[in-house]
Design a protein around this ligand. Sequence first.
Ligand code: ATP
Ligand code: MG
Length: 297
Amino acid sequence: MIRKDIIDLFRVPLGKKVRLKDYNPGWKQSEEFKDFGKDALKERAKVILDENLVNLAEAQSLLYADDRFAVLIVLQAMDAAGKDGTIKHVMSGVNPQGCQVFSFKKPSAEELDHNFLWRYMRCLPERGRIGIFNRSYYEDVLVVKVHPDFLGRQLAHEKVGKKFWEARYEDINAFEHHLVRNGTVILKFFLNVSKDEQKRRFLERLDRPEKNWKFSASDMAERGFWDDYMAAYEDALSATSTEWAPWYVIPADYKWVTRGLVADIITTSIQALNLKYPEVTDERKLLSDARKKLGAE
Ligand code: ATP
Ligand code: MG
């Protein structure tokens, strides 16, 4: 289990303007690992992740049995930050029946014909389940903020300015508050990869034939807007890290760090619900109670 004070390092404080410069994408050293060499560190991280996966599988089976809460995990990141790998590893021990993953791409014409939250609402996890959003409604204040022409007819009557985005943050906060008050736990992770590490991973995708398929020209184009994206992330994280649905800025230059932290935060958040397996009702007692009640009438 990773210590709480370490996890607190990555939780975005409420009501404070986020500066991504304050978060180190290459973080890998906590006090307890200070004296470890590189290999020992990786080894230890793997042990922690394996422990976590066992705990997470247990927590998830309890969530399923208890059937009162749902968990929504939101993953946002620049390309090649490791969203897919994180989902694959973190969820590897979890019962597939209790887990749903939705990946959101460019919206369809039908989706654009509705309010911006519509397509996400339809994919929310039921009670007892973990739902993962691989990209999410946050795209509507990130990629869309970087490229406002994506709004198209969604732009009913307003002008796209500061007020427009503030209204979207407000809508998102209200939407999430509604979900939390109805039994959904929301955990939001921004996988914070550095521009240098993204370059390294893109080059790897180009160099290795079995990774070529992962590379797309649009990834390069979006990299050109890096600073605009960072500004959009800073605004969104600042406006939407709430008491009921906090953001975590997860260091993402080392995959094992990302995976360990995400697994740990999910596990501890479910454990904090103090769930219990439902008590089995004794059928015979039920019958004899009913008989007694009727006899006393
Ligand atoms: P991969 O790791 O496979 O690249 P990905 O999540 O980047 O996964 P892609 O199909 O490459 O998937 O990209 C999806 C694209 O859809 C992203 O560029 C994302 O910004 C865009 N997108 C997602 N939601 C919206 C939205 N609401 N409006 C406009 N674009 C969106
Ligand atoms: Mg992509």
